[in-house]
Design a protein around this ligand. Structure first.
Ligand SMILES: [Zn+2]
Length: 349
């Protein structure tokens, strides 16, 4: 899922996403949209799909992760989290029920429960208390959600989030407790918070066997291109990551031949396309030299062309994974990814 934090994937139009990249689901951030322009305004204007004119599906997070990572003062209590807006310092409160209401006002196709995403590292004791709070919040959110959809039936799904920091037994306990909620899908959160990469995969391994097999599993906030198949190998169906879009804007491009840091002098007179193996608009039309020029000149077109390519690369990888599964070749595919990742680890094109 491309990340569209403020109801936009930075640098791209919805037509680019839908017609060119064939993205069918994007992610929006509840924290940002709640603060500005506000869920009530978005609700009055017909919901997030109409507001941003997006024909596809939308997943929104609960806002919890951003509260913990962006807001200044915050206070976690049993009933929810009180925080100060990073925009104007105003005080707000998220509760398990209020974040369901906010996301229902958005009309999100997939909503997330409020959770606590602990920093890394934390003590086992803190992780345990925090995980139990996340489970309690998920139960409260589901109680409220089921009441709301009973009164006004919708098809908006609500996913609970497995937490437990980097402790496998806490992950397992959390997954087992959340299983009982009989949700439409399950998320594995608390990843990419600064832990060594192998630990993220280990935490997915610790959670996944205890989640229902026939429901989608969503690993939140992962990963690098060569890691996507690793998550899929561990039973993950959905992922989101700011890396392709954020790195694009910083001139860091993912190609089928490895990464390209476009500012490097070696691309100054390079007439080749960014990625000869890519069919995106950027690669079909422009040279590395032109892209490097745009980047060096600080032109906004660079962000747009680079984001388009990086997202295409991620979506192409997911397409390859899907095809290899359908063709019964996924183990072979995974091996080839592992071999090439080992080969060009640390090496730029
Ligand atoms: Zn491309």
């Amino acid at each position: 899922m491309p990340v569209g934090t403020q109801a936009t994937v930075k640098g791209l139009s919805q037509r680019d996403l839908w017609d060119d990249l064939h993205a069918r689901i994007i992610l929006g951030n509840t924290y940002h949209l709640f603060l500005r322009p506000g869920h009530e305004l978005i609700g009055r204007l017909g919901g997030l799909h109409r507001f941003m004119s997006w024909p596809g599906a939308i997943l929104t997070d609960s806002g919890g992760y951003q509260v913990f990572s962006l807001s200044g003062l915050r206070k976690i209590a049993d009933e929810g989290v009180t925080f100060q807006s990073h925009l104007d310092g105003d005080t707000h409160k998220f509760t398990p029920a209020s974040t369901v209401d906010v996301q229902l006002a958005f009309g999100s196709d997939i909503m997330m429960v409020l959770d606590e995403c602990p920093a890394y590292p934390v003590s086992h004791e803190y992780a345990r208390v925090s995980m139990h709070r996340t489970v309690r919040w998920a139960e409260e959110a589901f109680g409220h959600y089921r009441q709301r959809i009973q009164n006004a039936p919708t098809r908006n799904a609500l996913f609970p989030i497995v937490q437990g920091s980097m402790f496998p037994e806490l992950r397992r306990e959390c997954a087992e407790r959340l299983f009982e909620l009989d949700a439409d899908g399950y998320a594995i959160g608390g990843l990419s918070v600064g832990e060594p990469r192998p630990l993220s995969l280990e935490m997915v391994e610790a959670s996944e066997p205890f989640l229902p097999r026939e429901r989608p599993r969503y690993a939140m906030g992962v990963g690098m291109p060569h890691e996507l198949a690793e998550y899929v190998a561990r039973g993950v169906d959905m992922m989101d990551c700011v890396l392709p879009s954020r790195n694009a804007r910083n001139g860091w491009l993912f190609t089928s031949e490895g990464r390209v840091v476009i500012k490097h002098a070696r691309y100054r007179e390079d007439a080749a396309p960014l990625d000869p193996g890519c069919g995106c608009y950027t690669c079909r039309n422009y040279s590395r030299a032109y892209l490097r020029h745009l980047f060096q000149a600080g032109e906004i077109l660079f962000a747009s062309l680079a984001t388009r390519h990086n997202l295409q690369r991620y979506l192409d990888i997911m397409g390859e994974i899907r095809q290899s599964i359908l063709g019964g070749r996924f183990p072979l595919y995974l091996n080839s990814i592992r071999n090439s990742a080992a080969q060009d680890r640390g090496a730029a094109v």
